[in-house]
Design a protein around this ligand. Structure first.
Ligand code: NAP
Length: 260
């Protein structure tokens, strides 16, 4: 086949090749569980080299081994508490240069707790602050043209439907993405994914019956009539990592929940 007749491949298309994850180094903070684990597995399948971070070493290694077995890329694991200053410093030392950083750092902002619950507010505050400090520590480690993808959450009207602390915490993550997108441009992009209630190990402290009841309650509220498959949420992270002209945006992956 002559060169002129050869169909274009991802390697020949300058737009697709530039935005592919093939051979890219992707750091997933929170990659050992839930959304982060699914992002790590999907990014590995897309050809990325993975660094999986969680506090629990066994869980982080389990995901990195799974990612390594799925694809031909490299995968490694780090057990680090990134909310600790020394932990962030050792993360920066250990990772070297990466192309993309995904962070699912944060806790349960909605848990049926009363909306003025101080612990919920503290979780929301630390979610924003921990992600800010993480980005500040890692910005110098991200290659030009790379990105951060944070994790917000999709909520409805404060007080009326969802707790004030949950709404404010998620809104501040959106704001953080906007603020850092402006500060880090043109070198890096910053975006966020906002899922709504999804069955992940985040709800491990609840009994099976409680999780089933929570899911049924959300299915009744979400316009699309169901909760997300975790892979539907992971897709948004991959989309944002590989969309070179999108920055400062938060994509709600919520079946329309935030519209109601
Ligand atoms: N699931 C939902 O319904 C839902 C809805 C909206 C928003 N969100 C948001 O989505 C994010 C992730 O939720 P998820 O459901 O994927 O939770 P998850 O399954 O509990 O995963 C959390 C991940 O973060 C890691 N992690 C937590 N604290 C860490 C720390 N200090 N240092 C390093 N790693 C840490 C955990 O590792 P270890 O377990 O080893 O600590 C784990 O890998 C959170 O920000 C949450 O607010 C979740």
């Amino acid at each position: 086949m002559t060169a002129a007749l050869k169909p274009p491949s991802t390697y020949e298309d300058p737009i697709v090749a530039r935005h592919s994850l093939d051979g890219k180094r992707v750091l997933v903070v929170g990659g050992s569980s839930g959304f982060g684990r699914q992002v790590a597995l999907d990014a590995a399948l897309a050809g990325a080299d993975l660094i999986v971070v969680g506090r629990d070493s066994a869980k982080a290694h389990a995901t990195s081994q799974e990612a390594g077995a799925l694809a031909r890329g490299k995968a490694s694991a780090l057990a680090i508490d990134v909310t600790d200053e020394r932990g962030r410093a050792s993360l920066v030392d250990a990772v070297g240069v990466v192309d993309h950083v995904v962070s699912t750092l944060g806790g349960r902002l909605a848990d049926g707790a009363p909306e003025d619950d101080e612990s919920l507010r503290a979780t929301a505050r630390s979610k924003v602050e921990d992600n800010r400090l993480l980005m500040e520590a890692l910005a110098g480690s991200v290659r030009d043209g790379g990105s951060f993808v944070l994790t917000a959450g999709s909520t409805r009207r404060p007080g009326e439907h969802d707790g004030v602390a949950a709404v404010a915490g998620n809104e501040e993550i959106r704001e953080l993405a906007r603020e850092k997108a402006v500060l880090l441009a043109p070198r890096l992009r910053v975006n966020a994914v906002a899922p709504t209630w999804t069955q992940t190990p985040l709800w491990r402290h609840r009994s099976d019956a409680e999780v089933v009841a929570m899911r049924a309650e959300m299915e009744a509220r979400i316009p699309l009539g169901r909760t997300a498959d975790i892979r539907e949420v992971a897709r948004a992270y991959l989309f944002l990592m590989t969309s070179g002209f999108i920055t400062g945006q938060t994509i709600a992956v919520d079946g329309g929940y935030s519209l109601t």
